[in-house]
Design a protein around this ligand. Structure first.
Ligand SMILES: *[C@@H]1O[C@H](CO)[C@@H](O)[C@H](O)[C@H]1NC(C)=O
Ligand SMILES: *[C@@H]1O[C@H](CO)[C@@H](O)[C@H](O)[C@H]1NC(C)=O
Ligand SMILES: *[C@@H]1O[C@H](CO)[C@@H](O)[C@H](O)[C@H]1NC(C)=O
Ligand SMILES: *[C@@H]1O[C@H](CO)[C@@H](O)[C@H](O)[C@H]1NC(C)=O
Ligand SMILES: *[C@@H]1O[C@H](CO)[C@@H](O)[C@H](O)[C@H]1NC(C)=O
Length: 429
């Protein structure tokens, strides 16, 4: 940026002198040698997020997006293309037999990673989606590591701390949202709220009825209760660890939706836990779209009332749901910048390889929607270091094979002296 300014000043001064002299001396090369940009060194971590992709009946859309990721990872012109790993948002596999996936199904899905030169060595941190929750053997993807060592899924839920340089860390909690949705955990009970047991029974009945998960197995209730206890323990531990400067969760189901309604149980019982522990990011799939919404921290005091108002009353059928949409919700800026702590940011990456969902732009949501699109298949590219966390939605045009940068959100870590500098720089880009 500074060189750019100096360079402009230099050009301006020369032009000014030229005018004074009334002479035309523009043919000489003004570009001083030291303006050549330095080759940037890689800082921090970079990764791809993919969701809802292993559709074995027709892999064409997934080939399109994975080929593009392979190209990006092989393009050395930007150190941020030096990808370290993948995160998957679940629905990794839509098997031919929906309850009993075959080895062949998994081979087809895993070939997306293994058959591409620039992707084949990358670790893949995975969670289950609702389609994996239909499998009879609920540990089948956890066991996949035996055959595919890059597949990192030590359990249905787990956490990992990633080094991002200078002793700083990104903490990610990998959550099984099938278990979360089926669990009887209640944030209100946990905090001695005045909600009566009757409210909870009602809420449970309601959330058990919502589509797309299997809650009838009593094992899910036990595992769900264990998982929430583990989540709280992990979050408490992380509160005491000042090296963890970014906190995220990865799971399949969204808090906020534009096809499905907001998941009431996740919004009213899981989200407050994240807000209590100052989480920054909620990464999910499930809706076959790319969507960004946030929940401002300034709104936290009203979360309980909102959650109670939001008890589901059945699908709202009268909202028009449309194909081929891109919505910016009145803010045309595709490059959004926040300071850490302003909001909990939800990114839906669910269009990496299956069909594209309709979206219902006017469907009410507790999330503050900023972006949704269901035109292109796509994925997300993330950069994180101690100063910033950037998520880019990338789409691929299936006719021209062009890569399209659709939307970008940057969150700046406060308290670093680079903060203002970077914000200036980003605003000028
Ligand atoms: C690599 O990326 C740069 C900038 O992002 C782009 O201009 C260039 O065309 C890419 N190269 C290839 C081979 O895709
Ligand atoms: C799926 O596989 C199971 C176990 O092999 C079998 O019992 C079931 O009939 C299959 N379902 C379908 C729809 O083929
Ligand atoms: C997965 O691993 C567990 C423990 O190692 C084992 O009990 C289970 O049978 C395995 N399942 C499959 C499908 O391999
Ligand atoms: C809730 O109430 C119980 C019993 O009075 C108490 O032991 C517990 O510490 C309270 N929990 C919170 C989060 O206030
Ligand atoms: C929730 O489920 C767990 C595991 O089945 C059980 O131990 C616990 O009592 C249940 N809690 C409530 C509030 O129903």
């Amino acid at each position: 940026m500074y060189w750019g300014i100096l360079y402009s000043i230099a050009i301006f001064s020369l032009g000014f002198l030229d005018n004074i002299k009334g002479a035309l001396v523009h043919q000489q090369n003004h570009e001083p040698q030291n303006l050549t940009p330095l080759i940037e060194q890689k800082v921090g971590l970079d990764f791809f997020m993919v969701g809802d992709y292993g559709w074995v009946r027709n892999m064409t859309p997934a080939y399109l997006t994975f080929d593009k990721m392979n190209e990006i990872a092989g393009n050395k012109s930007d150190p941020r293309n030096d990808i370290d790993f993948f995160l998957t948002m679940g629905d990794n596999l839509y098997s031919m037999n929906s309850t009993n996936p075959s080895d062949e199904d998994f081979d087809i899905m895993m070939s997306l990673f293994y058959k591409r030169d620039n992707l084949k060595d990358k670790n893949i941190y995975a969670v289950r989606g609702n389609h994996e929750c239909y499998f009879e053997d609920d540990m089948i993807e956890v066991n996949l590591t035996k055959k595919y060592p890059n597949w990192q899924m030590p359990n249905l839920y787990y956490s990992k701390l990633f080094d991002i340089g200078n002793g700083k860390k990104l903490g990610i909690i990998f959550v099984d949202s099938c278990l979360a949705l089926c669990s009887n955990y209640s944030f209100a009970d946990d905090h001695n709220s005045s909600r009566t047991p009757h409210d909870n029974e009602y809420a449970s009945e309601q959330h058990f009825q919502l589509v797309d998960r299997m809650c009838n197995d009593p094992r899910t209730l036990d595992l769900g209760a264990e998982m929430f206890q583990w989540m709280k323990d992990t979050m408490n531990q992380w509160d005491d660890d000042s090296s963890i400067i970014w906190k995220a969760t990865v799971q399949h189901h969204p808090l906020f939706g534009k096809w499905y309604q907001d998941y009431a149980h996740l919004v009213s019982d899981y989200m407050p836990l994240m807000l209590d522990h100052k989480f920054d990011f909620y990464f999910n799939g499930h809706e076959h779209t790319l969507e960004y919404a946030n929940y401002p921290y300034s709104q936290v005091t009203s979360v309980k009332q909102n959650a109670e108002l939001h008890t589901p009353k059945g699908r709202l059928m009268d909202y028009a749901c449309l194909a081929g949409q891109e919505m910016l919700y009145g803010d045309e800026d595709r490059n959004q910048i926040f300071t850490q702590g302003e909001a909990l940011h939800q990114f839906t990456t669910g269009s990496t390889g299956f069909d594209l969902y309709l979206v219902c732009p006017a469907l009410p949501s507790m999330g503050r929607y900023k972006y949704t699109q269901n035109i292109y298949h796509g994925f997300s590219q993330v950069h994180v270091d101690e100063n910033e966390f950037t998520v880019k939605f990338l789409g691929v045009d299936e006719f021209t094979n062009d890569l399209i940068e659709l939307y970008k959100v940057t969150v700046i870590h406060p308290g670093t002296n680079k903060q203002e500098q970077e914000k200036d720089q980003l605003l000028q880009e």
